[in-house]
Unconditional design. Structure first.
Length: 312
């Protein structure tokens, strides 16, 4: 299957990065190299480092970036400092993170991400380590309920976890179709009629399998610290948990004086490390939504580095 991935808010990301022809840039989620290639096209003496944890994405990106000033690396984006160190790069002028699962991973049934196709339960972005099958069959019912509630924000999490625990007593749950049927059978009929009830549970299990929020939390500080002063970081999120984390961390970088409000003058001397390029997140245009409905939930936040963080 060809590695296809629609580059969400491509023009907005390129504009947000404010690319310099001689700059150094990192695409931490290279995928099908859509964003990467547009960044690389604008470089003359500069360099692009394209990172992805998926071996298939790395293979595709390497092919599509051939002939450009670009280097493709198999790694997770939260290892950005190590990746740059290995290349002898101290700081970069821009970083892009397009979070979540790629269109290729969703549409490739054998990867086991989608509840629309019957396939082995997998959901591993890196194609290695713990799989969705392991989570569904090995986690305690209480653990499943917690994950589905926290990462899927699913109000029927306990019922769904109970259904999974009961079903696996008859044998291991092996496929996406089996899991989807269990979810549907353990939510009220009204919920089944309104929209596909599997989305939240599948999202939650995928996040757990890939450690997505932990990687993101670690990556935010690491990536910001790798930026040169004046450099920018663009992050596209696809659900509220990701966006909340990015929003809160960006707010920390942009926070200045921490003195009590009744102090007549600042005595802490703290000044912001960054500034928001756009105060509100950017969303996909109507034109983009017409050709890629998956962009509907996407939010783009952009920050510019003013100085190094003050690490306590």
């Amino acid at each position: 299957m060809e590695f296809k991935h629609f580059s969400v808010m491509l023009d907005e990301c390129i504009e947000g990065l404010a690319i310099k022809p001689d700059g150094v840039y990192v695409d931490g989620t290279a995928g099908g190299a859509g964003h990467s290639r547009e960044i690389a096209k604008r470089l003359e003496n500069g360099l692009l480092i394209a990172i992805d944890r998926d071996p298939e994405a790395v293979k595709t990106a390497s092919q599509r970036l051939e002939g450009y000033n670009a280097k493709v690396v198999l790694s997770n984006y939260d290892e950005i400092r190590q990746v740059l160190d290995r290349s002898g790069i101290e700081g970069v002028d821009g970083i892009l993170l397009d979070l979540g699962v790629s269109s290729y991973q969703l549409d490739n049934a054998e990867r086991g991400f989608s509840y629309h196709n019957d396939a082995p339960l997998d959901m591993r972005m890196s194609s290695s380590g713990m799989s969705a099958r392991d989570v569904v069959n090995d986690y305690a019912e209480s653990q499943l309920a917690d994950i589905i509630f926290r990462y899927g924000e699913e109000k029927y999490a306990k019922s769904i976890a109970r259904g999974i625990a009961k079903a696996r007593e008859q044998g291991a749950i092996e496929t996406t179709a089996q899991l989807a049927e269990i979810v549907k059978n353990n939510v009220p009929q009204k919920a089944r009629r309104e929209k596909n009830p599997c989305k939240k549970t599948f999202q939650a299990i995928r996040i757990e399998v890939n450690g997505e929020l932990e990687h993101l939390s670690n990556a935010l500080d690491a990536a910001f610290d790798c930026l040169n002063v004046g450099g920018r970081m663009c992050i596209i999120t696809f659900h509220s948990l990701e966006d909340r984390l990015v929003k809160q961390r960006f707010a920390e970088y942009c926070r200045g004086c921490e003195c009590p409000p009744d102090f007549p003058v600042c005595v802490c001397g703290k000044t912001p490390s960054g500034r928001l390029v756009n105060r509100k997140p950017i969303t996909a245009s109507e034109q983009e939504l017409e050709v890629n409905n998956r962009s509907r939930s996407a939010k783009l936040r952009i920050i510019e580095k003013l100085k190094d963080r003050e690490v306590v």
